[in-house]
Design a protein around this ligand. Sequence first.
Ligand code: FAD
Length: 467
Amino acid sequence: MNELLDDLRAAVGERHVLHDGDLSAWEIDWRKRYRGRALAVVRPGSTAEVAAAMAACAAHGASVVPQGGNTGLVGGSVPDASGSQVLLSLTRLNRIRELDTANLTMTVDAGCVLQTVQEHAQANGLLFPLSLAAEGSCTIGGNLATNAGGTQVLRYGNARELCLGLEVVTAAGEVWDGLSGLRKDNTGYDLRDLFIGSEGTLGIITGATLKLFPQPAAVTTALAAVASMELAVQLLQRAQARLGAGLTGFEVMGEFALTLVRRHFPQLAQPLPPSPWMVLLEQSDTEGEVHARSLFESLLESALEDGLIADAAIAESLEQSHAMWHLRESIPLAQAEEGLNVKHDISLPVSRIPAFVASTDAALSKAFPGARLVDFGHLGDGNLHYNVQAPEGGSEAEFLRENEAAVNSLVYDAVVAHGGSISAEHGIGELKREELKVRKAPVALALMRAIKQALDPHGVLNPGRVL
Ligand code: FAD
């Protein structure tokens, strides 16, 4: 062990190998569900240092857990309890390397915080559209390792679609420089796509070339109250038909999710009276504010006339628009304040969502009387955060201990029956590993294991995660 620590110190410098003292900031996950103990926290400052640290770990057979902002929600970014894993924190890799305005690309270190990348694009009159509530802490490396989604997938796609090239350090400590800004490159297997979404189990992402877009001339936001999920889906179809690629966000929030926001963040104004469902629409317009507003007004007026919505409010200013988004983004935090819950980050064909919600809500209420359903998510992408909170006043810990497995199997059986996926955007990590084993086709699992074996034959990269 001492020899490994010495080699790691030689790789990244004495100051950046933390071995003694309180390492809990790196050892506990965001939800405080997983707590481990690291042999050391190693903080390389360059790709070469990552490579040297990986080579040292490979030589000593030590396993490595990569970590970015530690905001992942499936327990993939913290060490296990053995005290033998090296926690590789990538946050010192935080340089913007290059911005190419003609090619509409930006090349960054993997440890750059997402918000910093968004702001750098904006300062140069461009847009990096990946957007999620953890953007002030999560890193580009973590976003790519989990193929993060967020609120703009409807128009711009997941992290995968926003990445043109990668730089990766392999399990053996070699550097693969795949930092190309090419939009077309059919030279064999797509290594980039292999590492994206691999949750630190195939390689360490150290840099990325990201796609940028022109800034829209105006962005407008609206809230609409809808009586049922069926009507929300009809509103989505109408918004897509009327706004086309201008529709950049379509989020849904269940009434209980907004009740939790009212309870824990009473200072946040909710512009419309309570309704079974609230939809947040965002439109990005290439022409300007007046054009954007008139499109939105005519869409919402027609939806009101045809009974798709009961009420609507269009943001009058940037502040109001931010306030509407703030409501949506406060739901995960309000849930965390309320206590532990059984989380499901699922996707379904949009057309199946109303039937899924109706039948699964009813089945859960029958099987777990009093359980509270916190439904919200990216309806435009068919992605729901379909969470189950303990009955009011009950012990969340006890509810989880006694019911989590049964709740999961009820929900995931329904997801599969409706042609959906058990992980839409958060990944598998440790939380869903056992579920993946039984839900993924055996052929797919065998292919995944073969890839893992080829890229990480000694199983040092984030063992026990995903597979
Ligand atoms: P971490 O949590 O540090 O790591 C996540 C995984 O990636 C781990 O398995 C880790 O080992 C691996 N990893 C990290 N960095 C690297 C690297 N450089 N190379 C290889 N592997 C690496 N996700 C969504 O998709 N959409 C959302 O809307 C969304 N909203 C969220 C809201 C909140 C409030 C929170 C807390 C999280 C949310 N997430 C969302 C979860 C999301 O996965 C993360 O926020 C983000 O993508 C992870 O980035 P990170 O830097 O924090 O990664």
